[in-house]
Design a protein around this ligand. Structure first.
Ligand code: TTP
Ligand code: MG
Length: 350
């Protein structure tokens, strides 16, 4: 049985390089890459200008420089990428609570239940693209389809700055012409075996038939048959492993100065420690504060903490406030958990 959903897959274009171009417009019309500059350095990614020279992720930097001697290679600023990533994910969360991040720059968003734009996933995807561009300054490519398999292929179809939609009635024709390499789980080795059997496209897989696929490829054969028919019932899974927890409060009147911010901090911290009780199995490693000023700009500060102590958040608050020294409309406090406790792993054994 085919379950019909409305899934959007979003993936940022040349993500690390895009953050670098956003923060330094001089780089915009140049071929740039992010990666190791040393003798054994490897590139994490490069912008689309650099791709014209054949430069790719995971390519040795020295090789890339031979292809394009003018390539600007930057060392990478992971805090900036993490910040951009969480800003982008926060925008996705405005459209659905069913979000499955796959990496820093990509996520599935299930909008089946959304009533925005009369439920048009295409219009929602357009709005998400525009909002991320406007608020974060990063270009996202999006794919819209009735399932995860096709949404992920669709987001890649028109990159960069792409939006590609596979409507339910188009699934059959779209899938038929797909090369087997596009199927989730088909790497070089499986593709080689399929080619040896004369199977190059999803249409070939269908014609080969379920029985023959299973006898040649075991359970993988069934997977191939299902996807080559455009059937993928995997739900969008919310990541169960929460990385942080925070509480935010917007004040009806702006807090005019630091003293008034600090006087409100205690009750926000109390709420945070209350919410943390549900996560007593986790260790908070870092505390952070977010201030949104009355011009809507915002800033965050974080540091290591031992428990939720108002005095520690007050110190962060002071540092953050001094960056702008303006009236504050919102205070957020939160913690980041240590990553070494992994409930998802433990549950495998329970
Ligand atoms: P991708 O989404 O795979 O690539 P991209 O965003 O740079 O480019 P595209 O437009 O094709 O989506 O990966 C996201 C980020 O992850 C990328 O900007 C850098 C990092 N990354 C690595 O560090 N090493 C790698 O080998 C790859 C593929 C990505
Ligand atoms: Mg990307």
């Amino acid at each position: 049985m085919t379950i019909q959903r409305k899934i959007i897959h979003c993936d940022c274009d040349c993500f690390y390089a895009a953050v670098e171009m956003r923060d330094n417009p001089e780089l915009v019309n140049k071929p740039i890459a992010v990666g190791g500059v040393g003798r054994r350095g490897v590139l994490s990614t490069c912008n689309y200008q650099a791709r014209k020279f054949g430069i790719r992720s995971a390519m040795p930097t020295a090789h890339a420089l031979r292809l394009c001697p003018d390539l600007v290679v930057l060392p990478g600023r992971f805090d900036a990428y993490k910040q951009a990533s969480s800003d982008i994910m926060a925008i996705f969360h405005e459209y659905s609570s069913l979000i499955e991040p796959l990496s820093m720059d990509e996520a599935f968003i299930d909008v089946s239940e959304s009533d925005k734009h009369q439920g048009s996933a295409t219009l929602i995807a357009k709005e998400i693209k525009a909002k991320v561009k406007r608020q974060v300054g990063i270009v996202v490519s999006a794919g819209v389809a009735p399932n995860k398999f096709l949404a992920k292929i669709a987001s890649d179809w028109k990159k960069p700055d792409g939006l590609f939609v596979v409507r339910p009635e188009q699934v059959d024709a779209f899938v038929r012409q797909l090369p087997v390499e596009k199927i989730h789980g088909v790497g070089k080795v499986t593709a080689g075996r399929l080619h040896n059997d004369g199977l190059y496209t999803c249409s070939d897989l269908r014609d080969f038939g379920l029985k023959s696929l299973i006898s040649r490829y075991g359970s993988m054969g069934e997977h191939l048959f299902r996807l080559s028919n455009g059937i993928d019932n995997r739900p969008v899974k919310i990541s169960r492993h929460r990385k942080s927890l925070s509480v935010e409060r917007t004040f009806s009147d702006d807090l005019p100065d630091l003293t008034s911010c600090i006087s409100r901090l205690e009750s926000v911290c109390l709420e945070l420690s209350d919410r943390l009780k549900k996560h007593s199995d986790r260790n908070a490693a870092k505390g952070f504060i977010k201030l949104k000023f009355n011009d809507f700009s915002q800033t965050t500060m974080e540091s290591s903490i031992r428990g939720i102590q108002v005095s520690e958040f007050a110190k962060l608050c002071e540092q953050a406030w001094k960056r702008k020294k303006m009236p504050v409309r919102l205070i957020g406090v939160g913690v980041r958990f240590r990553s070494d406790v992994a409930p998802t792993q433990l549950s495998l054994f329970s």
